[in-house]
Design a protein around this ligand. Structure first.
Ligand SMILES: [Mn+2]
Length: 327
């Protein structure tokens, strides 16, 4: 009986698909292009865990510009600049679509196995999918897998997982913040997660120039009362004028979404090829993932993004129509 229990116990670690089939494999850990706090937090925490278990894995992303400095509390030195030409196994975090892997997409096609860990609504790939669209963050989905594995979470891992939890819940504010999120946060605190240090770096460290740019973006803000929509925009010349990189102004959408008279916020950011990237936020029943999908974008019900070559006026009109269709 005891022996049987012991055998069962030894098998427990295999309960998570994520930790299966790692032996003698070349492994790539990746996530969506220009990774955010959740994609980085999940990928880096898994890298640290594999290191501790003596499995080698490369972490690599398609990063178009520098990562935002407000994520530099993460162990970014674990990221490799260039991937190898082939991997047996590709583990993808926070990315529902292979196209969103950017330049790493071919490596996912040539791998013999793809594992996708995600919380997006529409995952379109992965031989093994560990996905829960109701989870607030990918780090939440990963945390559950780690728990199945019965693994002792170190402080470094706790900080990475906490980063995804904080950023994807907007500091535990968005509607995806449920009691499980707080339970996980509490467990991560017990494992040494440095909540204040992480929050200060992410939300309390805006460069002077970025703050000046913010005041300009706020001046441009427009309210469409009938649609309960608020819109502003950033142009390429703004980045030049204030000498800052686009990655340093991700927080701007969080400023414009504060307008009391609006439930939907849209921030349009001009790209160097004069196309626009749009960020959408919703704080009511309007599903901005559906709106982003009109432009081929995606995300979540409350937070989504897209890219478009349409001009701003046209984009705003289409967004208004999309809102009307949901009213
Ligand atoms: Mn995410």
């Amino acid at each position: 009986m005891f022996q049987e229990l012991m055998n069962l116990y030894r098998k427990l670690p295999l309960m998570s698909e994520l930790f299966k089939n790692l032996e003698n494999k070349t492994i790539l850990i990746t996530g969506h292009i220009n990774p955010d706090g959740d994609a980085l937090g999940a990928a880096l925490s898994f890298k640290i865990i594999l290191n501790e278990l003596d499995y080698h894995a490369d972490v690599c992303f398609d990063i178009k510009e520098n990562l935002p400095s407000n994520l530099n509390h993460l162990p970014l030195d674990l990221i490799s600049q260039e991937p190898k030409g082939h991997y047996d196994k590709v583990i993808v975090f926070d990315c529902g679509n292979p196209e969103r892997l950017g330049k790493l997409e071919p490596l996912s096609h040539s791998a013999s196995e793809i594992v996708v860990v995600d919380h997006h609504i529409d995952p379109s790939f992965g031989d093994i999918q560990i996905i829960d669209p109701t989870a607030a963050s990918t780090t939440q989905v990963l945390f559950r897998e780690i728990k199945k594995f019965n693994y002792q979470i170190s402080q470094d891992v706790a900080n990475c997982l906490m980063t995804g939890l904080i950023t994807d819940t907007g500091r535990f504010q968005y509607s995806n913040t449920d009691s499980e999120v707080f339970n996980i946060a509490a467990e991560l605190m017990n494992s040494g997660a440095e909540l204040t240090k992480i929050s200060e770096n992410i939300y309390g460290s805006i460069s002077f120039n970025a703050m000046k740019l913010q005041s300009e973006i706020i001046k441009r803000i427009e309210l469409f009362t009938e649609h309960s929509l608020v819109v502003s925009y950033v142009l390429q010349e703004d980045y030049k004028k204030y000498n800052i990189e686009e990655s340093e102004v991700d927080f701007l959408i969080d400023s414009i979404r504060l307008v009391k008279e609006s439930n939907i916020a849209l921030l349009l950011k001009e790209q160097s090829d004069s196309s626009f990237k749009g960020s959408l936020r919703s704080r009511n029943n309007i599903n901005v993932q559906l709106i982003a999908s009109i432009f081929g974008g995606g995300g979540h019900k409350a937070a989504s993004g897209f890219s478009t070559t349409h001009d701003m006026k046209d984009v705003i009109e289409q967004v208004k129509k999309a809102i009307e269709s949901q009213l």
